[in-house]
Design a protein around this ligand. Sequence first.
Ligand code: FAD
Length: 457
Amino acid sequence: MDLFQLLSAELGPARVLRDELALERFAVDESGLPRFPPECAVLAESRAEIELVLRLAQEHRIAVTPRGAGTGMTGGALPVRGGIVLSTERMVRIREIDAENLIAVVEPGVTTGALQAEVEAAGLFYPPDPASLESCSLGGNVAENAGGPRAFKYGTTRDYVLGLEVVRMGGETLQLGRRTPKGVVGYDLVALMVGSEGTLAVATEIVLKLLPKPRAVATLLATFRDLLTAGAAVGTLVGRGHRPRALELLDRVTLEHLRGRTPYRFPDGAGAALLCELDGDPEGMEAQLLRCAESCEQSGAIEIQIAEDERRRRELWETRRRANPTLKALHRRKIPEDIVVPRAAIPEMLRRVDAVATQANLPCATYGHAGDGNLHINLLIDEPDSPELEARIERALDATMRATLELGGTLAGEHGVGLLKQRYLPWEQAPPVIQLQRQLKRLLDPEDLLNPGKIFP
Ligand SMILES: Cc1cc2nc3c(=O)[nH]c(=O)nc-3n(C[C@H](O)[C@H](O)[C@H](O)COP(=O)(O)OP(=O)(O)OC[C@H]3O[C@@H](n4cnc5c(N)ncnc54)[C@H](O)[C@@H]3O)c2cc1C
């Protein structure tokens, strides 16, 4: 019996997919990269089954690529060497919500939105909020250290993972971390796993820190004539001591795409927008929001829309959330970048992005989590494919990465390296640092069978 027949005999053919059509959805993710079909996809339902797959795959020297919901933007879940896609989409149990100790224990396939709904119903709060939260999995969030708008005040997934149960290639299970808010016993292996893009081990259970749910939320959207003024307004707002939970920036090209397609109508002359959201206790919230509005006004806002009720708040967020799908739907190709610069460097970075796009003669839409300096820069391609176009895209991406590093930034804010950014890893990290990471990888997966071909060039 070959490996696939063995797995089929153990787990049943309904959960060991071999059919070309059934495998199609495991060949792609949201990166826009070409298809990489696996030879087999296993729909695991328990840790024991993941141990079995990783033990047998090791014995047969077959590559395994872990997969959550496949919403990754850099190709992390693509099985570049074929083999097995190990899907956690059926591991969707929320095992525990402990209000007294403020923790949740979940299986890796639980979607972020499902956990948030459940904890909020219990009066609690799980802050990480990737825009894909209705579909992405918590296992994928851990592997990518997912962020989102609320990272500005609350941090990213990393700040909420207390403990992890992981299975290594070969089938050994390790319990890492703890269930308590504090702890310093041995090396922080949880921190090593978070953001490791499924290359070190497969997460089978996640212990997450929760917070009490903020009692009030207040939101405003400020519109500016141009992007540089909006970018500078971010620094002014933060410099004055405001700490919104989200501070999101949209540029003119993004606004033009959203016009007429979202509930909020931008005024004429709008060249950029800032979405600002505060949370906390209701007392003093309105006064705080008005102070933020005043700061935006003094920075040059031409219109400020304050959400008076929950419906209006949802509409403003819907406007922001539609940015990515709208750009994607309206162009043949969208090449997304995800860089971070120090907040003070945002205006200079925006200036450089504009120059890069003009030089490459490619339309470009920029939006993102401005409070964190995390910008999503999207090249929009409608020209027919050609080697000349590819060279131009590459030059534009290279120039963007160079500008990011020159300004003291980092090349991936929340989407990871995956396949798309491997080329740039040595631009940011010195050879001994890359070598050390390769050694760690070899220690946990000596034959390079778990998610091979990712992160390292
Ligand atoms: C419209 C849209 C908006 C987005 N917005 C955001 C955003 O605001 N912030 C943000 O951070 N990201 C965002 N993303 C990117 C993406 O949703 C996140 O990276 C998400 O964390 C991926 O989760 P997933 O379950 O889809 O993972 P997948 O795409 O399935 O996998 C991603 C990586 O995780 C690994 N992996 C998955 N499960 C496990 C596991 N159990 N154990 C070990 N490794 C595993 C895979 O091998 C792969 O390397 C967005 C994507 C889309 C399409």
